[in-house]
Design a protein around this ligand. Structure first.
Ligand SMILES: Nc1nc2c(c(=O)[nH]1)N[C@H]1C(S)=C(S)[C@@H](COP(=O)(O)OP(=O)(O)OC[C@H]3O[C@@H](n4cnc5c(=O)[nH]c(N)nc54)[C@H](O)[C@@H]3O)O[C@H]1N2
Ligand SMILES: Nc1nc2c(c(=O)[nH]1)N[C@H]1C(S)=C(S)[C@@H](COP(=O)(O)OP(=O)(O)OC[C@H]3O[C@@H](n4cnc5c(=O)[nH]c(N)nc54)[C@H](O)[C@@H]3O)O[C@H]1N2
Ligand SMILES: [Mo]
Length: 764
């Protein structure tokens, strides 16, 4: 069996390996200098916001906020390679479709607006004017504005996103499928119910004060590398870090901080996790309930022995409702249930609960390992319950911290990308702009795909992203896009979504974050973004644009808007020429943006006030709300354990990718090299299949809706992961994620728990 692609895992995350990888990345980009110069300005007060992740920026950063994957994101955008009209002339769309995601984006930055020509099966250049005019004509020709779906990916700036929603609402629909529907939707839904605001309550400073940090369902070493710096500093000063992750992730075990010169010279590394628990997939609600059960048992014991109370009774009495019902729910949950569903021992859960009880201030962070399950909302509500027990919300050094994905996904939501917009926002828009806005809820990602498949949607406009590859059931979604009358992709690089043309199709190339955005007077324009800690700050590019024909996202949105809804009510061109004017409209319609233009120009920007962080609860009862939801009757993982060839599959990210953008084929923290078609599996499960390391298998979706879904020719990697749970990379495995399986209340595809079977190819 060829196992050459399985190699050594990095001994620690970060360190020299990360620096080496940066150098390689900058060289590969073909523009080491502009890439390196750009890095010095990433996340600095006068630079651009790193297009990588949404982790916060420190007040007193080192000379630059070093991050290996930030370097990849920046140099990926700052490449010298170009996908010009000559490139498109040389390849038919059918030919390009055979390229992998990796190969496709390697072709470089888009340079010209392009229109699909069905006769030659090629994209041909088109003028911006003609593109906008034709898009406007088609959109105006529909019998209802609800025929069009307006997708947003979370890189769009606040200004672009605000203008986009204004255009779409002026056109007349709330169809805003958004990448966050596939991402942190469950966090928004659950936190609004629990604490009255759908965002995290902590600031970066709180990580310096926390006594314990619980990191649940998240892989910061790869996806939020700068967070590891904060975790390392916390670990060094003695804070306890408790990790819940089925997979042993290198970055959560050990980290060598490239910012720390001494540590780098000595070759040392810091242990991050003081406790590393490996629950089964989807077992976190049970695990957290188990910790609550242990806390409540300790409380009973303390009361009986006359010792001080373990619970924060004052907080619960003054700030919470539903406590008694929660007590009853915990009482009704047996340890047997908790152990079988979490896959953890009672001792391990009790140990974690001890850490929680010994800490005065606790932060709990989470990401996709929590949000992409069937019962994600219930799980996040359980995390909130657990944190309420000792008043860990709304005090320094403590709080709830959903760690967001795309660099401005949180901001896009704040400025109105929302298929279910709150009435107050719609009222404010009407008052500010004087037109009647649509009031009916629109489509999220799943609903948009449904509408595209059944023919009720006829147009797809994408402000960034890679819809066809990021969505579940990618094969179906590709068909859905090709049935449309119009597809429009605002993008920086070619991707597979562009290769699924409808009757009329455009690729509209835009400036990236790192590039200078000049207005008609030759002044550089500033955009704004919001990070996971609700800090809003400015971002101005420093690199020369990849092509003189690029427009900013704002200008592209304005162009489409003017040709679709006209410029009588709103002077789109004027807004696109001066983003300060857009910010004035944001200030007038969205709370928290008072004096936006001035405050944005302060070095670190400003913080959007979070009510829950001040213990103001904007819930129906005016209190923080305990939930009393029962554990799921059975998780996919529990069901899978009943059959030796069935597994719960999670789809996650390698160290060399940004969502559907693949930078390289290695995943060195997991010891996999030059190969992405892999399945990580417990060694005993490999044996139970009578298979061997490196063996080729097919993975078959066992979701019961009658559709056959197979991912062929993947190779087994024995790995430290619980039995019955397996893992592999997104987007390659999206062909297996069934569109019909979506989170309760969040409607997020359950891409972290798909029931599959694994079949040996040789044996077949
Ligand atoms: N370099 C880089 N940075 C990124 C991205 C990228 O692709 N590349 N993507 C960005 C985006 S949009 C997002 S949303 C974030 C994603 O950030 P993450 O959420 O860290 O992303 P994933 O790779 O999906 O990793 C999920 C983690 O959760 C664990 N997990 C899976 N299921 C479970 C479970 O049931 N329970 C528990 N406890 N753990 C589980 C997995 O083992 C894995 O470690 O990162 C952002 N930053
Ligand atoms: N199976 C599975 N599916 C998943 C996930 C998973 O964990 N598992 N994760 C989900 C998550 S968390 C998310 S957020 C989604 C991501 O879904 P998307 O946001 O749709 O996908 P991305 O891969 O981030 O988009 C990449 C494309 O964005 C374009 N781009 C890059 N920079 C810019 C820019 O500055 N402006 C514009 N206009 N375009 C730009 C480039 O053309 C690039 O090809 O995927 C989801 N899908
Ligand atoms: Mo995301």
């Amino acid at each position: 069996m060829d196992t050459g692609f399985i190699g050594k895992k990095s001994s620690a995350a970060g360190g020299w390996g990360a620096l080496k990888s940066c150098g390689k990345q900058l060289l590969n980009s073909g523009s080491p200098l502009s890439g390196a110069r750009a890095m010095l300005k990433a996340n600095q007060p006068d630079g651009f916001d790193c297009p990588g992740c949404a982790w916060g920026d420190p007040e007193h950063g080192s000379s630059f906020e070093f991050c290996e994957n930030g370097v990849k994101a920046v140099s990926w955008e700052a490449t010298e390679k170009r996908a010009t009209p000559a490139f498109f002339a040389a390849h038919t769309v059918s030919e390009l479709r055979r390229q992998s995601d990796y190969e496709l984006e390697l072709n470089g930055r888009l340079t010209h607006p392009m229109r699909y020509d069905a006769a030659s099966d090629r994209y041909l250049p088109v003028t911006w004017q003609d593109a906008f005019a034709e898009i406007g004509d088609i959109l105006k020709g529909f019998d209802s504005p609800d025929r069009a779906e307006f997708y947003t990916s979370g890189r769009a700036s606040n200004e672009a996103a605000f203008l986009y929603q204004l255009f779409v609402r002026a056109y007349g629909t709330n169809n805003f499928p958004d990448c966050s529907n596939m991402c942190h939707e469950a966090s928004g839904v659950a936190l609004r119910q629990s604490i009255g605001v759908g965002k995290g309550t902590v600031l970066l400073e709180d990580f310096e004060k926390a006594d314990a940090i619980f990191v649940i369902g998240q892989n910061p070493g790869t996806n939020h590398p700068r967070m590891l710096g904060d975790l390392r500093r916390a670990a060094v000063r003695g804070a306890q870090i408790v990790v819940f992750n089925p997979v042993k992730e290198r970055g959560l075990e050990r980290f060598s901080d490239p910012q720390d010169k001494l540590q780098m010279l000595r070759g040392g590394a810091t242990d991050i996790a003081s406790d590393y628990l490996q629950p089964q997939l989807g077992g976190d609600m049970a695990a957290v309930r188990g910790m609550s059960k242990a806390v409540l048992a300790a409380e009973a014991a303390a009361v009986a022995a006359g010792r001080p109370s373990v619970l924060d009774h004052a907080f619960i009495a003054e700030h919470c409702e539903g406590f008694d019902a929660y007590l009853a729910a915990v009482e009704a949950t047996s340890w047997d249930e908790i152990i079988s569903q979490s896959g953890l021992t009672r001792e391990a859960i009790e140990r974690a609960a001890d850490v929680y009880m010994q800490a005065e201030r606790v932060i709990c962070t989470w990401a996709m390992g929590i949000t992409q399950h069937l019962h994600s909302v219930a799980t996040i509500r359980e995390i909130s319950n657990f944190m309420f027990l000792r008043g860990n919300v709304g005090k320094p050094g403590a709080g709830l911290c959903p760690v967001r994905g795309h660099s401005n996904v949180q901001g896009d939501r704040t400025v109105g990308i929302n298929e279910k917009p709150p009435a107050a926002f719609l009222d404010a828009l009407e008052k500010e702009f004087g037109f009647a806005v649509p009031r009916a809820n629109g489509h999220n990602v799943i609903a948009a795909i449904g509408a595209m498949l059944d023919g009720s949607a006829q147009a797809f406009i994408g402000l960034g992203g890679n819809f066809a590859r990021a969505t579940p059931d990618s094969a179906l979604v590709e068909q859905a896009l090709r049935k449309l009358k119009l597809t429009v992709h605002v993008a920086t690089k070619p991707n597979h979504s562009h290769l699924m043309p409808g009757d009329v199709s455009f690729i509209l190339p835009c400036l990236g974050r790192t590039e200078i955005d000049l207005n008609s007077a030759g002044n550089s324009q500033l955009v704004s973004v919001e990070d996971s800690m609700s800090m809003v700050h400015g971002s101005a590019g420093i690199n020369r644009p990849a092509s003189p024909h690029l427009l900013s996202e704002v200008a592209i949105v304005a162009g489409m808007a003017a040709s679709t809804v006209g410029s009588d009510m709103i002077n789109w061109a004027a807004l696109a020429d001066d983003y300060d004017l857009i910010r004035k409209h944001i200030e007038a319609t969205i709370p928290g943006f008072e004096d936006f233009n001035a405050r944005l120009r302060k070095p670190r920007g400003f913080h959007l006030r979070n009510t829950a962080a001040h213990r103001e609860w904007v819930t129906p009862t005016g209190k923080a709300s305990f939930s009393d939801i029962a554990l799921p009757s059975e998780t996919v993982n529990q069901a899978a354990l009943k059959r030796h060839d069935h597994f719960a599959l999670q789809t996650f990210r390698s160290h060399d990718q940004y969502n559907t953008t693949v930078y390289g084929l290695d995943d060195r923290y997991r010891g996999v090299y030059g190969e992405r078609q892999v399945i990580f599996m417990h060694p005993d499960d490999v044996k139970a299949l009578s298979a061997k390391a490196g063996e080729r298998v097919d993975v078959v979706c066992e979701y019961t809706d009658g559709i056959a879904r197979v991912a062929s020719d993947f190779r087994l990697v024995p790995y430290d992961i619980p039995r019955g749970s397996i893992a592999g990379y997104y987007p390659e495995l999206n062909v297996l994620v069934p569109i019909g399986s979506a989170g309760e209340e969040s409607d997020t595809p359950t891409s972290k728990s798909v029931m599959v079977s694994v079949r040996r190819r040789e044996a077949a």
